[in-house]
Design a protein around this ligand. Structure first.
Ligand code: SAM
Length: 315
C-alpha cells in the first residue's frame, strides 16, 4: 500500500492542559472538557520515528500549552536527531517563553508561532481569563532573541478584536516579526460562529496598500507586503478559502490518536498500534492518509460527535 498524498507536516499535541482559558478554544460545556491527558514521551518518540520514515519532515509541538510539558526540550532534540532535514517548530501562547526560550533553542527548536489576540490588557483578560499579557510580551521579546524564526498568530473575531488588527501589525512591525491573521474556525465544542469575519474583509479594512507575495510551499498562509512595513502580513483563511488541496498534515493527539484533519473525527490510535506491530501501524497510517477528505472546514464541525476540541488538537 502506498500513500496517495504526501505527508510532510506533523502537529503533535503534547497535552490537553493550558495556562490560559481562551473562551473560543476551551469547550463551552463543562461536560465536554476533556479528561486530563498528556502524551507518553517514549510512545511519542516511537510515533515520530515511524512518521519520519514515512516522509514527515516538519514537526510542530502544540497542545494545550506545549511549554507546560516538561519533556518538550527532549522531544525537540529527538525530532532533530531523526534527520538533518527535520524542522522543529512550536505553537505557544508565549507565557513561559521568557524562561524557556534559551533552553528550547539549545534543544534545537527552529521556529515558534506565538498566539496573541490583543494588545489591550483588559481584553486579554476577558479573552483568556488570565492577566498575563505582560508575560506574553516578554515571551515574544525573549523568543526573538533566541529562536531563529518567530511569527505571531492572531485569531480575529468580530466585535472582539477586529478593531485591533492594524495595531497588531504595527506592534509586529516594531518587533520585526511576521504576523498572520487566522479566520475564526467552527468547532463542535466552541462558541457560536457569529464572531466569524473573513480574512478578505479584514485585509480590505486595513490602511495599507498590500501587494501579494507568492504562496510558499504548502503553507496555509497567503502573505502580503506593504511599502511602509518591514514585515510580511499573512492571512490564513481556512473557512473562506479552504487550503485542503495542498494539505500535507497529520495530527497526533496526546492520547496517541492520529487524525488526518482538524475537521475529521476519524482516527487511529498510533500508540496502541505501535505496541502491537510497526508494520500494522504503518499500514493503518497510510489508510488514514489515503482516506483523507478534502472538504474544507466550514460547516462540518458541528455534525461530528467524535471531533476533539481545539484544546486537544492544538489548532
Ligand atoms: N497553547 C498554544 C497557543 O496558544 O498557541 C497552542 C494551542 S492553541 C489551541 C493553537 C492555536 O489554535 C492558537 O493560535 C489558537 O488561537 C487557535 N485556535 C483555537 N481555537 C480556534 C478557533 N476556533 N478558530 C481558529 N483558531 C483557533
Amino acid at each position: 500500500m502506498r500513500v496517495k498524498h504526501p505527508i510532510q507536516y506533523l502537529r503533535v499535541s503534547l497535552l490537553n492542559k493550558c495556562n490560559l482559558n481562551c473562551f473560543y478554544c476551551r469547550p463551552q460545556n463543562e461536560k465536554e472538557v476533556p479528561e486530563w491527558n498528556r502524551s507518553n514521551p517514549d510512545k511519542c518518540k516511537q510515533a515520530l520515528s515511524l512518521l519520519y520514515s514515512m516522509g514527515v519532515r516538519k514537526i510542530r509541538f502544540t497542545g494545550g500549552e506545549p511549554t507546560l510539558y516538561k519533556e518538550l526540550p527532549d522531544l525537540i532534540t529527538f525530532s532533530k536527531s531523526l534527520g538533518p532535514d527535520v524542522k522543529s517548530a512550536l505553537t505557544s501562547n508565549g507565557i513561559l517563553l521568557a524562561k524557556l526560550a534559551p533552553e528550547l533553542r539549545l534543544a534545537g527548536l527552529d521556529s515558534v508561532n506565538i498566539s496573541i489576540d490583543t494588545l489591550d490588557p483588559t481584553k486579554f483578560t476577558s479573552i483568556t481569563s488570565r492577566d498575563y499579557l505582560d508575560r506574553v510580551l516578554d515571551g515574544i521579546t525573549c523568543a526573538k532573541e533566541y529562536i531563529p524564526e518567530v511569527k505571531l498568530n492572531t485569531v480575529v473575531m468580530k466585535g472582539v478584536n477586529d478593531d485591533e488588527v492594524a495595531n497588531l501589525i504595527e506592534f509586529a512591525n516594531s518587533m520585526k516579526v511576521n504576523i498572520r491573521f487566522i479566520e475564526y474556525m467552527p468547532s463542535r465544542t466552541g462558541t457560536p460562529h457569529y464572531k466569524y469575519i473573513s480574512g478578505n474583509e479584514i485585509r480590505n479594512s486595513l490602511p495599507y496598500e498590500f501587494s501579494a507575495l507568492g504562496q510558499s510551499g504548502a503553507s496555509a498562509a497567503r502573505y502580503y507586503k506593504a511599502n511602509n512595513l518591514d514585515i510580511k502580513v499573512g492571512f490564513i483563511n481556512p473557512v473562506s478559502h479552504s487550503f485542503c488541496n495542498n494539505c500535507n498534515r497529520l495530527r497526533l493527539a496526546a492520547d496517541g490518536k492520529l487524525y488526518g484533519c482538524l475537521f475529521d473525527g476519524r482516527n487511529i490510535n498510533l500508540f496502541e498500534l505501535l505496541e502491537q506491530d510497526d508494520i500494522k501501524a504503518q499500514q493503518e497510517t497510510i489508510k488514514l492518509v489515503n482516506d483523507k477528505q478534502f472538504q474544507g472546514c466550514s460547516g462540518v464541525a458541528s455534525s461530528q460527535d467524535n471531533l476533539p476540541s481545539f484544546l486537544e488538537m492544538g489548532g
